[in-house]
Ligand binder design. Structure first.
Ligand code: ZN
Length: 496
């Protein structure tokens, strides 16, 4: 009879294999599947997810974890692995089976009603379904359990160990610093350069993105790059990390910067050490830490003056219509600040204000201070307060994001946590390495990627994300580094 640890590993292997099959079905659904295959696919995935849940909540696994959690002979990575799997087990165990099924069904219906409501620009089509989702998510949070407030349980799903109180404190500092900065900067920027919204050949965009992701270190033998309606990155299993891009004929920069973003996610997944991938700690610790890597490559590298200096001649070669633009003008263009209505098109400066609004609204909903029927009004008021613009349609307002229809309440803050971590980590890397911007000006990312591999990727899920960041940077990561970085960058770029 195999020892407890070996038994745990073989059960974990089985869970991983289920996970791989589910991930592959999901990738195929987004990238390859013909539209008519949707219903059968949803059914296959529900079956596999049900099996996964049954295996994860097997009481025999619980017994094994209970024994191993008091076993002093385990090494630190083994003990951390037991903690990680125990967390998943406990959480899955607490949510009653009927609630899981009801949520899955409600999500599918809400998602459909959301797409209809958005194209009809009519929130009332989505309203009853969102009400149902919020009600079920409250039940889910109460089933999982919480100490401070209900929203903690939702947040903890995406950002283990981080509390609502912590996140709220970070956002209140950020908003206080960003709103006046936006006031100072945006109105001095003037007219948006015209070439930003000119047509660009899509095949040329795709081949440029292919070149770019490889230049940044994406291993194409251990991954793929395809097109999909929404760019994303997914790991099928060891040696198979897939990312997608989306090109549109109406502009150039969105595809390029989304490719850098997804490459950041993919490099992280490809950077988890091979021998760690067999263990429960062989994964990313949180969505915020995942996002720190995508944002670091997209913004700290991709939108820096040094890297845009490297990028510009290559852009000109592929896209002659960009014309005689100067390096300074190009650098400004990729950082153009705008009071925009749509989060996914927001620049670095205003992005976190879009997130602040979503967090405020979610908190109000889960604290029973806001009714779903009052959401559109609250959304528009919040946009005016934070960004100084008011949507004139629900489609460009409260209906713009997919998250709420998919039951992803608690998710949004991880984007901003990722931004905070990205700045703190990049600054530490710059200090440790010295001369980093000289590397970037030549397009050489070897030393930076090596630093991230050693300091971030190599740890997998040994520690919670905030703890990992604290260990690397030497202090808890709050709002200050991000605010200082954005202030310096934007005051330099667009000073009157
Ligand atoms: Zn991302």
């Amino acid at each position: 009879m195999a020892g407890n640890w070996e038994q745990l590993l073989s059960r974990f292997k089985e869970l991983q294999n289920f996970g791989s099959a589910i991930a592959l079905l999901r990738w195929d659904q987004e990238v390859m599947m013909p539209p008519k295959g949707n219903q059968a696919r949803a059914s296959s995935m529900a079956t596999l997810e049900g099996l996964f849940h049954t295996r994860l909540t097997d009481p025999a696994l619980g017994d094994l974890l209970a024994e191993l959690s008091t076993d002093d002979s385990l090494g630190p990575d083994q003990a951390a692995s037991v903690r990680v799997l125990e967390r998943d087990y406990d959480k899955a165990k607490r949510i009653p089976e009927p609630l899981i099924r009801e949520l899955a069904e409600a999500r599918a219906i809400a998602y459909q009603s959301w797409t209809q409501a958005r194209s009809a620009d009519d929130f009332s089509l989505f309203e009853p379904h969102l009400e149902h989702i919020i009600d079920l998510k409250k039940q889910e949070a109460d089933a999982i359990g919480w100490e401070g407030e209900r929203y903690d349980a939702l947040l903890d799903t995406f950002e283990p160990g981080v509390t609502t109180a912590e996140v709220e404190a970070i956002f209140s500092e950020l908003v206080a610093g960003l709103v006046p900065l936006v006031e100072r900067v945006v109105d001095t920027a003037g007219e948006r350069p015209e070439w930003l919204s000119q047509p660009f050949d899509e095949a040329a965009q795709e081949s440029f993105c292919r070149w770019l992701v490889e230049t940044l270190g994406f291993d194409v033998v251990g991954g793929r790059l395809d097109q999909s309606p929404h760019p994303f990155t997914i790991t099928i299993g060891p040696g198979d990390v897939r990312q997608t891009i989306q090109t549109t004929s109406s502009s150039l920069l969105p595809s390029i910067y989304a490719a850098m973003h997804e490459t950041g996610h993919a490099l992280y997944e490809q950077g988890i050490p091979k021998d760690m991938l067999e263990l429960p700690i062989g994964q990313v610790p949180s969505l915020g830490m995942h996002e720190s890597q995508s944002r670091l490559w997209e913004n700290l590298v991709g939108r820096s003056r040094s890297y845009t200096d490297f990028l510009l001649p290559n852009v000109k070669e592929h896209f002659p219509q960009v014309g005689m633009i100067s390096p300074q003008d190009f650098y400004q263009a990729v950082n153009w600040p705008q009071r925009s209505l749509i989060r996914i098109h927001a620049d670095e400066l205003t992005y976190n204000l879009h997130i602040a609004l979503r967090l405020e609204l979610e908190l109000a909903l889960f604290r029973d201070q806001l009714e779903v029927s009052d959401l559109p009004q609250a959304w528009d008021d919040g946009m005016e307060k934070h960004l100084g613009v008011r949507p004139d349609s629900d489609a460009d307002g409260v209906l713009q994001d997919v998250h709420w229809s998919s039951g992803l309440q608690g998710y949004f803050s991880t984007y901003t946590l990722g931004n905070l971590y990205s700045v703190a980590l990049f600054e530490k890397a710059s200090n440790d390495l010295g001369g980093l911007h000289d590397d970037l000006r030549k397009g050489d990312v070897t030393r930076l990627l090596g630093w991230l591999r050693d300091n971030v990727h190599a740890h997998g899920y040994r520690y919670p994300a905030s703890e990992l960041a604290r260990q690397i940077v030497g202090e808890p990561v709050g709002s200050k580094p991000l605010l200082a970085y954005l202030t310096a960058k934007y005051e330099d770029l667009f000073s009157a």
